[in-house]
Write a protein that binds this ligand. Structure first.
Ligand SMILES: *[C@@H]1O[C@H](CO)[C@@H](O)[C@H](O)[C@H]1NC(C)=O
Ligand SMILES: *[C@@H]1O[C@H](CO)[C@@H](O)[C@H](O)[C@H]1NC(C)=O
Ligand SMILES: *[C@@H]1O[C@H](CO)[C@@H](O)[C@H](O)[C@H]1NC(C)=O
Ligand SMILES: CC(=O)N[C@H]1CO[C@H](CO)[C@@H](O)[C@@H]1O
Length: 435
């Protein structure tokens, strides 16, 4: 009787703490899940998961207790650390590569509402400016420029970015900001200067008629917002951004979005057909020159993504509670669940606007009614590539990106039959131990 009573109290206190500090739950729930049932996919709610597990298989009270102590300790040093410095303001950096669904995931933050300042690919200008005649980018210069521009943007300072915009803004006004309309923050009333007839703005706002972007107004609006988020497919190495994580003015949360490189290649071969002519040719010939520059580039990309994730997952002190890894495939299958987890991780309340946007733009309603738990439709959209990517090419990706596939839980295919057999899932259920 006493034990039961204690359990209830522990749960009640845990519940209160969890409510206050949502991002801790993922860790604890991941821990329990790993310990108790490595094969079971995670439940929609981390908390109900713990509750069910405890009630069902009754792990010892001491295990629960230590989880509780851990939560409490983390909570304490967490609040001592950041809140005082940044006033609870979060700076979210969504890191991805092209064709990983990053625009879609970026919307999770773009749709957040009035207290989020969201920027879509501001580094596009930097990359463009640093592109060499050979077509490559000056990597040394890019690393520094990306870092400095991001750091300033998180502080609502556009001056470095301005120096990369072509043509150069005049009096901080530009008609050339890349994909302005993809940031709802840049098309708000307060950032919408009067429309000027005859001035062409390629990426103009669609929600209202505005004049060219006045970056002074953008800065003012940004400073008013509680949180800031930036999405970028251009950062190569997470480690290069360490100064951001260590900047006391910022409370940065890195979300790294990854996808099966076989699917990414298949998608790029369609989206950027001209650039991938060689791959198409190789697919037809059935021969891929493994020492070709293109193949080396693929390997380089995979290695960069994997190394960034390895650093994040190894949880060095500078990344503690600042790194989360998300797989495209999990978002495709469980958008609402993953969005909830992401918000929990960032420590920002998950607003009704975001929820309804996800419901409108995905099949998340089915997810909650359990249709997806049967995994029947999980492969529909996300796995189309299995029918378009020639097996030969899949083999090459597996060869040069093998370590990445392993790290993220993407299964190797050993035959063409296996590749196109939809009853075989190529995604292992995997819980990443992020902090
Ligand atoms: C690359 O950038 C560095 C640093 O800005 C510069 O010194 C170097 O000359 C650049 N290299 C090329 C090939 O432009
Ligand atoms: C841009 O906005 C600022 C702040 O509202 C204003 O002072 C400035 O005159 C505007 N610049 C131009 C060129 O309209
Ligand atoms: C699976 O997807 C197909 C088409 O994408 C749809 O018609 C079907 O209703 C879905 N099945 C379930 C169980 O949701
Ligand atoms: C499945 C299971 O064991 N359920 C139990 C959970 O705990 C409550 C309260 O102690 C019991 O009434 C349930 O039977």
């Amino acid at each position: 009787m006493r034990i039961k009573y204690t359990i209830s109290i522990v749960f009640f206190v845990a519940l209160v703490i969890i409510e206050k500090e949502n991002n801790i739950i993922s860790r604890v729930s991941a821990k329990l899940t790993l310990k108790q049932s490595p094969q079971t996919p995670r439940q929609p709610s981390g908390f109900s998961h713990i509750l069910l597990k405890h009630n069902g298989s009754s792990p010892s009270l001491s295990k629960l207790d230590s989880a509780f102590t851990l939560m409490k300790r983390r909570l304490e040093d967490y609040s001592q650390h950041q809140e005082a410095v940044t006033g609870g303001r979060k700076h979210i950096l969504l890191l991805a590569t092209t064709r990983t669904g990053s625009s879609f995931v970026g919307e999770f933050f773009n749709q957040q509402g009035d207290n989020m300042f969201y920027l879509f690919e501001p580094l596009w200008h930097v990359e463009k400016m640093l592109t060499l005649e050979t077509g490559g980018t000056n990597a040394t210069a890019a690393v520094q420029a990306y870092r400095n521009v991001l750091q300033q943007l998180f502080l609502c300072d556009f001056s470095q970015l301005e120096s990369f915009i072509d043509p150069l803004p005049v009096d901080h006004v530009t008609a050339a900001l890349f994909r302005r309309e993809s940031s709802s923050s840049l098309c708000e009333e307060s950032v919408c200067s009067p429309f000027i007839r005859g001035v062409f703005e390629r990426y103009h706002c669609r929600t209202r008629r505005c004049g060219p972007l006045n970056l002074t107004m953008a800065t003012e609006s940004c400073l008013q917002k509680e949180h800031r988020a930036i999405k970028s497919v251009r950062v190569r190495q997470l480690e290069n951004l360490r100064p951001l994580a260590e900047d006391p003015r910022l409370d940065v949360k890195f979300i790294q979005l990854v996808r099966d490189p076989r699917a990414v290649l298949a998608s790029r071969m369609v989206a950027f057909a001209a650039k991938y002519k060689n791959w198409k040719q190789w697919a037809m010939d059935g021969e891929v020159p493994i020492d070709d520059n293109e193949v080396r580039k693929l390997k380089g990309n995979c290695d960069n993504i994997r190394m960034s994730a390895e650093i994040g997952l190894s949880q060095p002190p500078w990344l503690r509670r600042r790194y989360m890894l998300v797989r495209y495939e999990d978002i495709a299958r469980f958008p609402m669940r993953k969005a909830t987890e992401m918000y929990r991780f960032t420590g920002i309340p998950f607003t009704r606007q975001v929820k309804s946007w996800i419901l409108k733009n995905t099949q998340a309603s089915k997810e909650t009614s359990g249709v997806y738990s049967t995994q029947k439709n999980s492969s529909e959209q996300g796995e189309k590539w299995r029918f378009t990517l020639p097996f030969k090419i899949a083999q090459v990706v597996q060869k040069v990106c093998g370590p990445m596939l392993k790290l993220f839980g993407y299964k190797f295919v050993s035959s063409e039959e296996m590749l196109i057999d939809k009853s075989i899932s190529l995604i292992e259920d995997k819980v990443f131990n992020f902090s």
